[in-house]
Design a protein around this ligand. Structure first.
Ligand code: KIV
Length: 285
């Protein structure tokens, strides 16, 4: 199995969730004790093993894969089958982190029964620990049914990329009077049984207020420092994505630039006859 070959040794965690395998109860404990939750996206076995080794608490196989893996303009076209393939590789390579997969657009909106069927399929075919779906009040009945089926659900409110056409693009949600809707959405998904909620692109003060009102953890992206945790798309966080950098992204590395330099060096070594060397070649006995 991929996981057993890829898993490494673990570094000491300074403070945060103390668990050899993160479960939903640890997120509840973290909320109660004021511990911050770290989360990143992952779409493949190698990064999953690396982020797991680094101590990231939650790995999301996000439908942002449509953008950062498949090169598509929006998240709308990614399929259940594409997501299952990626989710399985992440789940198999992970030992500690809680792995969640996004239910893709079109796989849960028709009815609560459709939502349960899709969630069950992901659990059976990918080995993840939970699912995430976008929306607030309107998806609460589906969240309830999925939770009743024994599947942990992470909700996602604020800017919800699957609705980007109706929202008018990636615009900040919850400003002014819209703060009330945001709070109503947050309370609805909590009431429906979600174990956590992602809140995306909202004013920091509103996200902090939602965080204070809820008793489930709120994980922010572009929602300021007052939430219970943070999530970023890994290609943004580590500088592999060299396109537009949103204000809320901090790039902890410059992997894109490093890869260009490394690939250029490889190209030059190949065309100049410097690679491979004798030490990088097999002898005949
Ligand atoms: O798909 C995704 O990567 C997400 C995060 C931005 C939260 O939903």
């Amino acid at each position: 199995m991929w996981g057993s070959r890829l898993r490494g040794t673990y570094t000491h965690r300074m403070s945060g969730i103390d668990a050899s395998r993160v479960r939903t109860r640890h997120f509840a404990q973290a909320k109660a004790e004021g511990l911050k939750i770290s989360a990143l996206t992952s779409y493949d076995a190698l990064t999953a093993a690396i982020f797991d080794e680094a101590g990231i608490d939650l790995l999301l196989v996000g439908d942002s894969a449509a953008n950062v893996v498949l090169g598509r303009e929006t998240t709308l076209s990614v399929t259940i089958e594409e997501m299952i393939t990626m989710a399985r590789s992440v789940a198999e390579a992970t030992r500690r982190a809680f792995v969640v997969v996004d239910l893709p657009f079109g796989s849960y909106e028709t009815s609560a029964a459709q939502a349960v069927d899709t969630a069950v399929r992901f659990m059976k075919e990918s080995g993840v620990a939970g699912v995430k779906l976008e929306g607030g009040v309107e998806v609460a009945p589906s969240i309830r049914r999925i939770v009743d089926a024994g599947i942990p659900v992470c909700a996602h409110i604020g800017f919800t990329p699957q609705s980007e056409h109706s929202l008018g693009g990636p615009v900040i949600q919850g400003r002014g009077a819209a703060a009330e809707k945001l709070l109503a959405d947050a309370l609805a998904v909590q009431e429906a049984g979600a174990f956590a909620v992602v809140i995306e692109m909202t004013p920091a003060a509103i996200a902090a207020q939602v965080t204070a009102e809820l008793n489930i953890p709120v994980i922010g992206i572009g929602a300021g420092a007052g939430t219970d945790g943070q999530i970023l798309v890994w290609q943004d966080a580590f500088g592999l994505n060299r396109g537009h950098k949103a204000r809320f992204v901090r790039a902890y590395a410059t992997l894109g630039e490093q890869l260009v330099a490394a690939a250029r060096q490889y190209h030059e070594d190949v065309i100049g006859g410097q690679f491979p060397s004798a030490a990088e070649s097999y002898e005949d006995n």
